[in-house]
Ligand binder design. Sequence first.
Ligand code: DQA
Length: 148
Amino acid sequence: AIISVINGPNLNMLGTREPGIYGAQTLADIEHSLTQLAEQHGHELLFYQSNAEHDLVNKVQQSKHDKVAVILLNPAAFTHTSVALRDALLASDTPFIELHLSNVHARESFRQHSYFSDIAKGVICGFGPDSYKLALLAALPLIQKPSR
Ligand code: DQA
């Protein structure tokens, strides 16, 4: 099945961006190890990042067309602001897991509200780059194996 990983703004800066909070791995490092993990489980990974809200909305809208089984979503700062991205997920009818590198509940109060958590299958946060792996493992039971 196809697993789509969608990353919001500033995640292209991972590795140099506040490494004390977000870790030393780059987004390319994360993409690499996650692709391997997906392949080990017989799935294909689509990996995407944008700093632009409308590109993220478009990517979510494409999910049906791209036959995406599940989305792993790190909306980054749009977690706390984007009704548009929320509405795109509701319209897409594709299950998704919300994830964050940092423990957003242990940070500024404005990070404690998410526009996604109540419509996500589940939420993973606080494990640094491993949050992506944990989200992928959590997604496996949500994926319909093709019948044959
Ligand atoms: C983040 C947490 C958000 O609050 C922040 O705006 C980010 C990254 C995380 O992965 O920890 O950009 O989503």
